[in-house]
Write a protein that binds this ligand. Structure first.
Ligand code: UN1
Length: 507
């Protein structure tokens, strides 16, 4: 396979927003290899602690100016960023696909999510509403307003290397914050590309240096952000293991964190399901992004009377999957991110076999010319028991566990019977079943869908999950509140000083 992108393999530099200040006080670099063909595609300078401190200082300074710009003006700058992303959709989507390995369709979809969130943020810029309250005291007025927090740290994962940053950054910016982004060390080039794409807008609008910053590195940089009292909010997307560390570090200094962690998402298929809808939704949910979305469908809970039929139809559908170079338009499934992820897939497969789980669709690591990066695996389906340790865990790979149920309450208990609580779905045309699944006695997840799969959420809703999925909400609805501080204001426009609760204090 050939790299289709003429990318120079020379170090590119992290730093602040407009390209005027790029700091790197070390020659140490981070190498980005494409899982598509195993090629080295970029070298990015690593941020040292000294670089990091300069970035945070600059960001703090920028905040003092940026917060004074009226929110609708900030919204207009974000609109211009959206226009840039529209212009570069093909290039950026292709780079996402090449650096991360997701199919081109999904790479383009990821950039579309960025465009959508820019549009959302623009609208939001005129809707950062607070409430007004009736005061119990005569001649008094009470209301609340929302102010920005300051520096927002964004730690993003490799699987959505650009969209998840944009959910955070666009909302944080419109609220008046400045952002310091630590992208995944597995996908630094797409992050640099985003900085580059927006830099023209930042320059054209005389945005202060430091509103959009990038720091590169691994766990140590995440640790700097989470322990730094200058960083008001740390929004982190990644594994539950990472989330626990970030949450503890931020909590220790009583800072704020917003966590978007692992999922173990299930689809319930009832006797009343339209299988023509269910089967493609299950397959897309399980194999899209090669099973590396936090919303990936990992468990399938099927009513016993239709279990054999679902199994057979799934096997047929999986047989049609085209696995290969994700940049080719007809490919459904690209590679896993790296060989370490392949090892994780293999060890899960071994564990399933040890437990005696049968495969409805056989697993395997692909080899040969088209797969010489060593990162391509076969999406598989295994019959499994929900109680198995391996089923209780999130394995970031296209492995779907299938299990039987007899009553809907049993299915819901299985669906909720994992430590994670991100996304869930039911396929049924029966109103009672659907509403029961959505009721308080139903799914315990942050996302619960009817007749659509677990992945592919739109940006307009609040995105996030419960339990070990972290509890945070990003993107649409009123998720913006997490990026602001609420201030309650009481104003006395009268000539008396009555005290609340009827307290008398006469001098
Ligand atoms: C993620 O996997 O971290 O709902 C985010 C979805 C996408 C976002 C996934 N819109 O699948």
């Amino acid at each position: 396979m050939h790299s289709i992108l003429p990318l120079p393999v020379q170090p590119v530099k992290p730093g602040t927003s407009t390209g005027q200040h790029f700091w790197h006080s070390t020659e140490r670099t981070l190498d980005s290899y494409s899982p598509v063909d195993g090629q080295l595609i970029a070298r990015v300078y690593l941020s040292t602690r000294a670089d990091y401190d300069k970035v945070i200082d600059t960001a703090q300074e920028a905040f003092h100016q940026w917060r004074l710009l009226p929110a609708p003006k900030r919204g207009d700058i974000i609109r211009q960023m959206g226009d840039q992303f529209r212009q570069y959709k093909r290039e950026l989507g292709t780079l996402v696909s090449y650096e991360m390995g997701k199919s081109l369709q999904e790479g383009l979809g990821e950039v579309q999510e960025m465009i959508d969130i820019c549009d959302f943020a623009l609208g939001l810029s005129r809707q950062l509403y607070g409430l007004t309250m009736h005061s119990e005291r005569p001649g008094h007025r009470m209301y609340e307003q929302w102010h920005p927090l300051g520096v927002v740290g964004v730690i993003s994962a490799f699987n959505f290397p650009v969209a998840v940053w944009s959910w955070n950054a666009m909302i944080a910016w419109v609220c008046g914050n400045v952002c310091v982004w630590k992208p995944s060390e597995k996908t630094p080039l797409t992050a640099l590309a985003c900085q580059q794409i927006i830099s023209e807008v930042l320059r054209n609008n005389d945005v202060p240096e430091g509103v959009s910053c990038l720091v590169t590195g691994g766990r140590d940089v995440g640790e700097w952000l989470s322990r730094d009292p200058r960083v008001a909010l740390v929004s982190a997307t990644g594994s539950t293991r990472m989330g626990r560390v970030v949450a503890a570090n931020v909590a220790e200094r009583l800072g704020r964190s917003l966590l978007e962690l692992g999922g173990n998402n299930a689809i319930i298929v009832t006797e009343h399901a339209d299988l023509d809808l269910a089967i493609p939704a299950i397959v897309f949910g399980a194999v899209g992004t090669a099973g590396q979305r936090c919303t990936t469908t990992r468990r399938l809970i099927v009513q016993e009377n239709i279990y054999e039929e679902v199994k057979n139809r799934l096997a047929k559908a999986y047989a049609q999957l085209r696995i290969g170079n994700p940049l080719e338009e007809t490919i459904h499934v690209g590679p896993l991110i790296d060989k370490q992820a392949v090892a994780g897939y293999q060890s899960a497969v071994d564990e399933i076999r040890r437990k005696g789980g049968g495969f409805v669709v056989e697993p395997g690591v692909l080899s040969g010319d088209d797969y010489d990066s060593g990162c391509y695996v076969k999406p598989c389906v295994a019959e499994a028991d929900n109680a198995w340790d391996i089923v209780q865990k999130e394995t970031f790979a296209p492995i779907l566990y299938i299990m039987k149920y007899s009553t809907l309450d049993e299915a819901i208990a299985i669906q909720n019977g994992v430590p994670q609580g991100l996304s869930s779905a039911i396929f049924t045309l029966n109103l009672r079943e659907a509403e029961h699944f959505l009721s308080v006695a139903g799914s315990d997840c942050g996302i619960a869908n009817v007749n659509i799969g677990t992945s592919g959420a739109e940006i307009g809703g609040a995105f996030g999950g419960e339990k070990e999925s972290g509890g945070g909400r990003e993107s649409g609805s009123d998720a913006w509140r997490a990026y602001m501080r609420r201030q309650t204001n009481t104003i006395n426009y009268g000539t008396q000083l009555p005290l609340a609760q009827g307290i008398k204090f006469d001098l």
